[in-house]
Design a protein around this ligand. Structure first.
Ligand code: AKG
Ligand code: FE2
Length: 252
């Protein structure tokens, strides 16, 4: 089955991969096709409607692909898998598809990191964020601390910049460059994709109350080998045949 294009032409070769491995994240501005952006807004609105109606078990935002045919169709989309494999290598599994819609006034998220295979740097876990209508600094933007992923700390947790700096960042340097770690507020034009290693410290700035909903969704993939706490796939869904996603749905 051929699928409608998800990405416009973009470049993610050895130079870009090296930058991602150094910084912990990499932004691909404006690469989602107009078609994909249109379908994504429809699907992400659909998930919001289900959440508002109180649908549970599983939660529509956590197990988003289980509730929406277009979101499901992207799990095995050749362009998304090619991007995931250019980061992780050939042997990958799907981990989760979670909607990250943030209406005006949304609180954002505190500083945190995520777990996976702390003891084995050969096992990677990457989040591929789709920021359909993008974001500006100070308005629902993703925030990062380049180099923090290299500490492979799954427990970063701070409610403010001050706490993050005092309790975690102080005294740490970038393991590859030796520079002091610093906080960066990202910006993203519409149709942006952002890649992030799971151990990277990140936060989301609150969305301004007068802003429209930030439409976004994340697809996460990893090398198999460990349990994954973020894996939201029901047992029944793991068995569902999804074109293009054959062999990707199991834990190991
Ligand atoms: O909403 C965002 O931009 C980031 C969400 C997040 O922290 C995550 O999915 O791990
Ligand atoms: Fe996160």
């Amino acid at each position: 089955m051929t699928q409608d294009p998800l990405f416009k032409p973009y470049s993610f070769g050895p130079t870009e991969k090296e930058q991602m491995d150094r910084d912990g994240h990499f932004v691909l501005p404006g690469i989602l096709t107009d078609y994909a952006c249109g379908r994504l807004v429809e699907s992400l609105s659909h998930i919001e409607t289900l959440c508002a109606a109180g649908v549970k078990d599983p939660l529509p935002n956590h197990n988003a692909a289980e509730y929406d045919r277009y979101l499901e169709s992207l799990i095995g989309h050749p362009q998304l898998l090619a991007l995931a494999r250019s980061i992780l290598g050939d042997n990958i599994r799907f981990d989760h598809c979670v909607t990250l819609n943030r209406p005006g006034g949304n609180q954002g998220i505190r500083w945190h990191s995520h777990e996976y295979a702390e003891d084995d740097p050969s096992l990677g876990f990457v989040r591929i964020f789709f920021y359909v209508n993008g974001f500006e600094a100070g308005d629902g933007n993703l925030r990062v601390a380049p180099g923090s992923h290299l500490y492979r700390d799954p427990n970063i947790d701070a409610h403010s910049d001050e706490e993050f700096v005092e309790r975690w960042m102080a005294g740490k340097t970038h393991p590859l460059t030796g520079e002091p770690l610093q906080i960066i507020d990202l910006t993203a034009p519409p149709a942006t994709v952002a890649l992030m290693w799971t151990h990277a410290a990140h936060a989301v700035h609150p969305r301004r109350s007068e802003s429209t909903t930030r439409w976004s969704v994340v697809y996460a993939y990893r090398n198999p080998g460990r349990r994954s706490l973020a894996r939201w796939i029901t047992e029944a869904y793991e068995r569902k045949p999804i074109p293009g996603a054959e062999g990707l749905m199991s834990l190991y």
